[in-house]
Write a protein that binds this ligand. Structure first.
Ligand SMILES: [Zn+2]
Length: 117
């Protein structure tokens, strides 16, 4: 998935949350993104700033991003390691049998803003 599609899906969810929480305007959307998605922060912010004016109540909002590293656990030797490239090989025993512990996250953690009352 590319940044534009990710930002679009963030807006889709944020609009639902805004409705549910009865917010008049949104100030900060805090998201958690796993490094697995290989997003470029600057590109995310550019998309966000270009798109936010299309959504009422989001015009003055900001995107806050927390990037979670990819952590893998080897099923063969239980070694836990962090990777920077999407190559899922255990550096200890070279096994391909690995589990994701973190790094695939992509969700909104919190939304802050002003309520209608
Ligand atoms: Zn291993």
């Amino acid at each position: 998935m590319h940044e534009g599609a990710i930002v679009q899906s963030i807006f889709d969810s944020a609009i639902e949350i805004k409705k549910k929480e009865d917010l008049k305007s949104v100030s900060v959307i805090k998201i958690i993104v796993g490094e697995y998605h290989q997003i470029v922060k600057e590109v995310m912010f550019t998309y966000y700033d270009n798109m936010k004016s299309d959504y009422s109540g989001f015009e003055n909002s900001k995107l806050d991003m927390k990037v979670v590293p990819v952590k893998i656990k080897c099923k063969s030797c239980n070694h836990i390691f962090q990777i920077n490239d999407p190559i899922l090989i255990c550096p200890k025993c070279n096994s391909f049998e690995t589990d994701f512990l973190s790094g695939k996250e992509l969700y909104i953690k919190t939304i802050s803003g002003e309520t209608n009352n």
